[in-house]
Design a protein around this ligand. Structure first.
Ligand code: SIN
Length: 483
């Protein structure tokens, strides 16, 4: 708890982490040191039912406010998040592990959704439709769905909340988020800033619990919840979607990925290597849209691999709260074991281990930046979501076959390729069965674009003008008997 007092604004967390003795709680750990940081409330299903009723009561009044007034509150929230960037980054690094500069980047990225949707909330236009007969006028209006609930992941503890909360609030919904049990502190701090910005406490709630299953069941079975948004694994997303069918809830799901990263032989090699490193090693590889498998054309394979290995070897591994660290710890022991297992299996199937391959000796909670070469397309590491700093590189020859290889997966979240041939670029971009395609670009996340996947990678879009639609219903009004 003492570290909270060292924040510029300890009030971001003091209340949330001062647990009443009658309240059940659970501990939050620093994944680098494995030491407890503090405890947060472990709310029961009954307690969260009260939160849902309070949200339902608060929502109509919020919906009645003008879009401009809601936008002003959101902009004030944005300003407060930016002003608290250093504290928020510190909290995030402590509970999640990502390097401080990446955490600061995520605070800005998370805040950008608040600003974007503050504006988009003013543009939830309906339309006038030419009527099929005289005496009628037809218009559509947009209305908030009501109470929306979200279950958010540990890998982006702020951005995955604001990407859902900001459009919900801008649309006039109430919003309840259950953050991952590993990273509740960033969520609680960001909610505190929302309250300081005048967003009512019962309207926007962060409910902490270590029982993900029970909360998923509650959210999807509660008749007051009209919308559920989830970021996480495909398996859990499928379960939530099946459960949500009972109450006919609107659903958006951002699920697993298996992003291919293709380098054609006409690519700018230096740009491709730079993009590959940024894309693969962001958040220690624990990102749904990280490059999962690399395909490099035979003509440039050796050159790419050499440049890539030289630069990956320069990445600094360690405690994210220290200066100049590029790769922090993995989230927990299970993740470290899984990474080790994936490398061993890949090598058994013929991959050559060129760099890393195990826990870092000086920083045992970190996994060494790892490069595997001569990986076959059907090697198991090319089919599973890796979620660790491991880059498997496969050789290819046939520019048509490579599209089949990219699409040879149940996933369809992000994909990337590098080429300078405009005909090839257009053809490949159209053929890739993915919700997002980075072309000569390894970092594609921003608030203005619709983020989301196809196939088993999800349903719905977050960000862009599409993101707010997920929290709105379209109502059609037919005016008859007009002169
Ligand atoms: C994710 O990993 O789910 C989100 C990554 C991003 O928004 O860039």
């Amino acid at each position: 708890m003492n570290w909270i007092k060292t924040l510029n604004s300890p009030d971001l967390l003091l209340d949330a982490c001062s647990i009443n003795k009658d309240q059940a709680s659970y501990q939050v750990f620093n994944p680098y040191t494995n030491k407890a940081l503090c405890s947060v409330a472990n709310l029961s299903v009954e307690q969260i039912k009260h939160s849902i009723s309070a949200a339902q009561t608060a929502q109509p009044e919020w919906a009645k406010k003008s879009a401009t007034e809601r936008a002003e509150r959101l902009m004030s929230w944005f300003d407060k998040v930016i002003a608290a960037k250093d504290d928020l980054a510190k909290i995030m690094t402590l509970e999640q592990g990502k390097p401080l500069q990446e955490s600061a980047g995520e605070v800005e990225y998370g805040a950008s959704f608040i600003k974007w949707f503050a504006e988009e909330g003013k543009r939830t236009y309906g339309k006038h439709i030419p009527a099929p007969k005289n005496g009628q006028q037809i218009v559509t209006i947009k209305q908030p769905v009501g109470v929306a609930a979200a279950i958010t992941p540990w890998n982006f503890p702020i951005a995955m909340i604001t990407r859902k909360a900001a459009p919900a609030l801008a649309a006039g919904c109430a919003f309840i988020a259950r953050p991952a049990s590993q990273t509740p502190l960033s969520a609680l701090a960001i909610a505190e800033l929302a309250y300081q910005a005048g967003i009512p406490k019962s309207l926007f709630q962060v409910v902490t619990s270590d029982d993900a299953k029970a909360i998923g069941k509650l959210f999807t079975s509660h008749p007051s919840i009209k919308k559920i948004s989830f970021t996480g694994s495909t398996q859990v997303g499928q379960q939530l979607m099946a459960q949500a069918a009972e109450q006919m809830q609107k659903v958006s799901l951002e699920l697993g990925g298996n992003a291919p990263f293709v380098v054609f032989d006409d690519a700018d090699l230096d740009a491709a290597v730079k993009g590959a490193i940024a894309c693969k090693f962001r958040n220690a590889g624990q990102t749904c849209i990280c490059a999962n498998r690399f395909y490099v054309h035979d003509n440039i394979y050796e050159a790419f691999v050499q440049k890539f290995i030289d630069q990956v070897a320069e990445l600094t591994i360690g405690d994210g709260s220290q200066e100049k660290v590029d790769i922090g710890p993995l989230i927990n022991e299970q993740a470290l074991d899984a990474a080790e297992e994936k490398v061993n299996t890949a090598v058994k199937h013929g991959a050559k281990l060129k760099l890393g391959g195990q826990r870092d000796t000086d920083h045992p909670q970190c996994f060494a930046a790892t490069v595997l070469t001569e990986v076959a397309h059907d090697n198991p590491i090319m089919t599973d979501e890796i979620f660790a700093p491991i880059a498997p590189i496969c050789r290819f020859n046939d520019p048509d076959e490579i599209i089949d290889w990219c699409n040879d997966t149940q996933y369809g979240l992000a994909s990337y390729f590098y080429s300078r041939d405009i005909n090839k670029i257009w053809k490949v971009a159209q053929a890739l069965e993915y919700g997002m395609v980075g072309i000569n670009e390894g970092l594609i996340s921003n608030p203005v674009a619709p983020f989301g996947g196809v196939k088993h990678s999800g349903i719905g879009r977050e960000g862009g003008s599409e993101g707010i639609e997920e929290y709105l219903e379209t109502k059609y009004l037919c005016f008859g008997g007009l002169g």
